[in-house]
Design a protein around this ligand. Structure first.
Ligand SMILES: Cc1cc2nc3c(=O)[nH]c(=O)nc-3n(C[C@H](O)[C@H](O)[C@H](O)COP(=O)(O)O)c2cc1C
Length: 364
């Protein structure tokens, strides 16, 4: 079924404007649900943040921004789904066009700017599907015009804790002016203190909700020192490394498209994202786990991500170019690696190459 979908539908989607194609893909997942996938091999299971994942492959934030299709995505084989970014109030995001495919590079540039239907709509949908289970993370962000962005995050934690398996504090989108300034030490320390306090406050009725911090791959290493130090001292449950990059690697072939403003994702991001993941991993010293995102488009790149420090991985752009087939392909490759190395779990791969990755030349 996934093969059929990929062969027939993907070429058609590719011919459309990228944002129309995305809208149609969501509609198709909503109204033509895939059959239940076969159960995952138990060797792919991971226990992370106190949650059980049948496999380590997650849908990254930004695809299902409004929590419309988490269950359809589970049917595609994902081990977890992160919905969002969700802002407190509805907002339209930036004017179109704001999403661009770099076909020759297998890359994507977006400057969507947190287009969101707002918290109420997402909470309603998540509450309605709560009985179906599965790990559904909620990625939250501030409204562009908010007078107090930190207060937006606190409010979103309070509201989503009861319906989210985990919550991601997203301060790394390049498309909301000034948002990434929240990664600065003093601002971040205050934000995380308030966010964790809000989580504790609602825990008696909402249950324990892990809080993760999603960072940009463009932080300098001294800034990363600060961010990890604060994340550790404020006791976040994990980090996601990372979001899209403002950088434009020199080897990009789509030089005209590459001039579009926005965050770059997909294959051109892989080397930088892996490096930042490894740099984060060595600084975290095992205090909390990491989710690795950026440029995964094959089983081999998924394993590289895990070896650089990821306990779980997330993909988005790879699906645009490889289709849903990418999910079973990654699972097969991970299982082949386990068989080859006579391992019974992925745990021993996590971070195995982190130290050596940080010793390499900085990715160009
Ligand atoms: C079109 C698009 C929209 C995105 N929207 C969000 C978002 O709303 N929130 C967020 O945290 N990340 C967002 N991302 C970033 C992805 O979650 C992911 O971190 C990044 O794309 C790197 O992974 P990839 O190379 O597999 O795409 C978006 C990415 C794309 C391509």
């Amino acid at each position: 079924m996934i093969g059929l979908f990929d062969r027939l539908v993907r070429p058609f989607l590719h011919a459309l404007d990228p944002e129309d194609a995305h809208r149609l893909a969501i509609r198709m997942l909503q109204f033509a649900p895939l059959p239940l996938p076969p159960g995952d091999d138990p060797r792919l299971a991971m226990r992370v943040f106190g949650l059980n994942f049948p496999n380590p492959i997650g849908m990254a934030a930004g695809f299902d921004k409004n929590a419309e299709v988490p269950d359809a995505l589970f049917r595609a084989g994902f081990g977890f789904v992160e919905v969002g970014t969700i802002t407190p109030l509805p907002q339209p995001g930036n004017p179109r066009p704001r999403l661009f495919r770099l076909d020759a590079d297998d890359g994507v540039i977006n400057r969507l700017g947190f287009n969101s239907q707002g918290a109420d709509a997402a909470i309603r949908r998540l509450a309605a599907r709560a009985q179906f289970g599965g790990v559904v993370g909620v990625n939250v962000g501030a409204n562009k015009d908010s007078p107090d962005r930190s207060a937006d995050y606190v409010r979103l934690i309070e509201r989503f804790a009861a319906v989210a398996s985990y919550i991601t504090v997203n301060i790394s989108s390049p498309n909301t002016p000034g948002l990434r300034n929240m990664q600065q030490a003093a601002v971040l320390d205050d934000l995380l203190a308030r966010v964790i306090d809000a989580r504790e406050r609602v825990a008696p009725h909402a249950g324990p909700t892990p809080v993760l911090l999603k960072i940009a791959p463009d932080l300098s290493l001294p800034d990363l020192d600060d961010v990890v130090g604060i994340a550790r001292s404020r006791r976040v449950d994990g980090m996601i490394v990372g979001n899209t990059t403002l950088a434009r690697p020199a080897r990009l072939r789509e030089t005209e498209r590459a001039k579009e403003a926005g965050g770059l994702s997909g294959r051109p991001l892989l080397a930088l994202a892996n490096r930042m993941l490894a740099e984060t991993y060595v600084r975290v010293e095992g205090v909390f786990p990491l989710i690795g995102a950026g440029g995964i488009d094959s089983g081999a790149s998924a394993l590289t991500k895990i070896r650089a420090g990821a306990s779980l991985i997330q993909i988005y752009s790879g699906l645009v170019f490889r289709g849903l087939r990418l999910i079973p392909d990654i699972k097969a490759e991970l299982l082949a690696a386990l068989a080859r190395d006579q391992q019974s779990s992925l745990v021993d791969y996590v971070g195995a190459d982190a130290a050596s990755t940080t010793a390499e030349e900085w990715p160009a």
